[in-house]
Design a protein around this ligand. Structure first.
Ligand code: DC
Length: 211
């Protein structure tokens, strides 16, 4: 079974994807880590993320196993990831790895922006996880604070709007809800409620697919 979990920053998609993977015993790939890994490679080399050719080269040379979690989770890495991910060459370079992961025997859970539309349009279950801008900004604020980064809420909200706009407006594989995806709005939900809803949707969908 392939499960695609798409949605914007801090919607809860990562937590939901991990919980679905545990529930169904499937391997999980957070595809944002790949774009963040490319972004960190660019930042460390002192190359602006807007440089499409250099970003594509960084994506082709990316060693996914060597991605440093601490480095990729900063706000700076996230913003740069949003910029490098708009380069078609970067997306092309990372496509095969993601498609292979999705189509491994037994299936997988992947979360990102274009899983249900581009990476695995054939996924058995597609979720598009959303939440209000404000709820997501507060969650992101809490996450960054817990990592020791000091940010004002208003600045986080501004960055989040900028990233949403960039991720949704790019020409190649923009962030959109696939036609056959189920939208899950987590604004008013606790993490446990969101996970329970997602599992219920996936169980119903997979029962339909196999029956
Ligand atoms: O999910 P995230 O915040 O870790 O993703 C970081 C950036 O990577 C995001 O702003 C857009 C990009 N991304 C993408 O374009 N496609 C994906 N499948 C996953 C992430």
């Amino acid at each position: 079974m392939i499960i695609a979990v798409d949605g914007p920053l801090a919607s809860g998609k990562g937590t939901i994807a991990r919980a679905l993977a545990a529930r169904f015993g499937l391997p999980h790939l957070d595809t944002g880590t790949l774009y963040r890994g490319v972004a960190v490679a660019m930042l460390e080399a002192g190359i602006p993320p807007e440089d499409a050719a250099a970003a594509e080269a960084a994506a082709r040379g990316l060693d996914a196993a060597a991605i440093d979690e601490a480095k990729i989770r900063t706000a700076g890495a996230g913003s740069a990831a949003s910029v490098v991910s708009a380069h078609p060459g970067v997306r092309a370079a990372l496509l095969e790895l993601q498609r292979n992961f999705a189509h491994q025997p037994g299936g997988a859970v992947l979360d990102g922006r274009d899983i249900g539309t581009v990476i695995a349009p054939d996924a058995d279950v597609k979720l598009f996880v959303t939440a209000s801008e404000e709820a997501r900004a507060w969650r992101r604020h809490a996450e960054l604070t817990s990592r020791g980064e000091q940010w004002r809420y208003d600045d986080i909200l501004g960055q989040l709007r900028q990233r949403d706009a960039r991720d949704a407006a790019r020409a190649d594989a923009p962030m959109i809800c696939a036609e056959d995806a189920i939208a899950l709005d987590t604004t008013e939900m606790t993490i446990d409620e969101a996970i329970r809803s997602a599992i219920k949707i996936a169980e119903t969908r997979s029962a339909c697919a196999s029956g």
